[in-house]
Design a protein around this ligand. Sequence first.
Ligand code: ZN
Length: 105
Amino acid sequence: MPMFVCEVCGCVENTGCGNWWTRFDNHKKVCDIPDGTALCSACTPTHYKSGEVDKSAGKWHMYFTRRLWDGKTQVLNMRPEDYENYIKKFEGKTFTEIVKPSSLI
Ligand SMILES: [Zn+2]
């Protein structure tokens, strides 16, 4: 599962965890986020207009640490394990860990 950058908070997310595969269905959620906007799990709106609730949305999944993108690294199509290894190599120098994800929403 490759990675992408959330267009709302700027963190690096796994395509299997955020809304990547359903990003053109944003209009089905209670939000004003345009279709096509890729969101991490924490930034993905929780409620559908139909009344259903997306229980995996609105919070960070905790499969890996939520970090802001450094603005340089090519993350699209990078595998999560490669990304983690890249971060370890430059730990504390180029990436910022998001401590309180909800504060950015
Ligand atoms: Zn986000």
